[in-house]
Every structure is written in structure tokens, then in C-alpha cells.
Design a protein around this ligand. Sequence first.
Ligand SMILES: [Zn+2]
Length: 128
Amino acid sequence: MPTNNNGTEELIVQLRKDNEMRKRRGFTLVELMIVVLILGALAAIAIPRILGGAATAKANGCKTNIDLINSQIELYYANTGGWPADLEVVTKDTDYFPDGEPVCPVSGAVYPKALTADHRVDASGHAH
Ligand SMILES: [Zn+2]
């Protein structure tokens, strides 16, 4: 039966050609759009969380700085028996701040030099 054998060979040759064509085509437009949509959805979820986390960390760093400065002011009072005249008396003293004067992590500014009536750092501009 040469006709049948010939037909099978033709079919095999055709299948091989189809297979080679599929290998060369790469991704379809729909496949690429699905990948882009998935990456976009992941970015839409991840980016606000990353940016929000950094802002929260900086605001918490500012609160920690204010608490630390107030603690060092009280330590100054315990050591000397008197309150500091202004904030720089404590923040410029390396006994109290060995790494230098603390700055606000949010704005990058130093804390106000004038102390409040109860000898605390003026944190009114740091309600982050
Ligand atoms: Zn601040």
C-alpha cells in the first residue's frame, strides 16, 4: 500500500513543519498583554506599601528623636542641677549626643533651639 505510506509520510512532514513554525513564533500579543497586566497589578499593590512604609518609618524616627532629646534634657538637669538655657546646650554636647545634633528624618531640619516652658523640645512643627 504505497499510497497510505506516502500519506503518512506527508502528514509527518507537515506536522514537523507546523512544529517548527510554532517554535519560531514566540509569544502572542494576548500572552504579552497578560504578563504586562500581572506585572502592573503586582506593582500597584507593592509600590504604595513600600512608599507608605518609608514615610511611617521617618515619622516614627522623628518621634524617637524628640523623646531622646527630652530624656537627655532631664539627664542634663540630673547632672548639673539646672535646666539648659536652650536646646543647643544639650545637643551640641558630645556627652549627651556623641553622634552629633539630631535632625528630623522627615524634613531634615534641626529641632527648634528654644525650649518650652516645661523644659521640653518644641515639637509643634513635627506632627508628622
Ligand atoms: Zn520631624
